[in-house]
Ligand binder design. Structure first.
Ligand SMILES: *Cc1c(COP(=O)(O)O)cnc(C)c1O
Length: 226
């Protein structure tokens, strides 16, 4: 069996290859290591191998691991569903949140972001294939949500995130393309948006071909989750 450090380097090469095939600069694509269910030691080892961005879905699990890693310059991304009573801790312990789909949550994150930290980076989660998921704002409601979030003082709207879950990776291509087109439409009025968080272990190469700037890799890096 290969270890996560070896897999990281193989995945970085695949990301570079996908970028070059698409005529894109590999520096445009960030690898987010999705570390839910992995312990602090696994995260530390992967950081040693060159990973800097880590994604967590479950707040309590993340808060339990983070103190053991406080000596490392990690960038933490929250990518799971958000209940209102979790926003205070998310605002204090993460650098990015990808899963914002309601104005109320964005407003709480802005209000609760500690003063000594820079504004919290946000992506809006879009429900790109309504059947597969209940999370995410609809395409119809997205522009109003984006405008509301863009006015909040302590968050910085960066872009869009989606989790299309088709049976075959290539079936996600249309969803990725829709998300990319949606971002470029928003950029007409919100020129600072720069992030397209899409693509996971099974479909990140397709996502990069369609314009992803951040791919979220769990099992491809760490192996199957128990
Ligand atoms: C778990 C998870 C991932 C990683 O999934 P893999 O298929 O293991 O790569 C990516 N994004 C989100 C939002 C997740 O919850």
């Amino acid at each position: 069996m290969t270890d996560p450090e070896t897999r990281l380097s193989a995945l970085q090469h695949r990301i570079e290859h996908s970028c070059r095939s698409a005529g894109r600069d590999p520096a445009e694509v960030t690898l987010l290591a999705v570390s839910k269910t992995r312990d602090a030691a696994a995260i530390r080892a992967l950081h040693g191998a060159g990973a800097h961005h880590f994604g967590e879905n479950y707040l309590q699990e993340a808060l339990a691991k983070q103190p053991a890693l406080a000596d490392l310059p990690l960038t933490w991304h929250f990518i799971g569903p958000i209940q209102s009573n979790k926003t205070r801790d998310i605002a204090a312990h993460f650098d990015w949140v990808h899963s914002v789909d309601r104005e109320k949550i964005a407003r709480r994150l802005s209000d609760q972001r500690p003063e000594h930290l820079p504004p919290l980076n946000l992506c809006l989660q879009v429900n790109i294939d309504t059947e597969a998921s209940k999370q995410g704002v609809s395409l119809a409601e997205l522009p109003a949500l984006a405008e509301a979030v863009a006015t909040l003082p302590r968050v910085r709207l960066r872009g869009l995130m989606a989790i299309p879950r088709a049976d075959a990776p290539d079936n996600n291509r249309a969803a990725f393309r829709t998300l990319a087109m949606t971002l470029s439409q928003l950029r007409h009025t919100m020129t600072s948006l720069d992030t397209l968080s899409m693509g996971m272990s099974d479909d990140f190469e397709t996502a990069i071909a369609e314009g992803a700037t951040l791919v979220r890799l769990g099992t491809a890096l760490f192996g199957p989750r128990d």
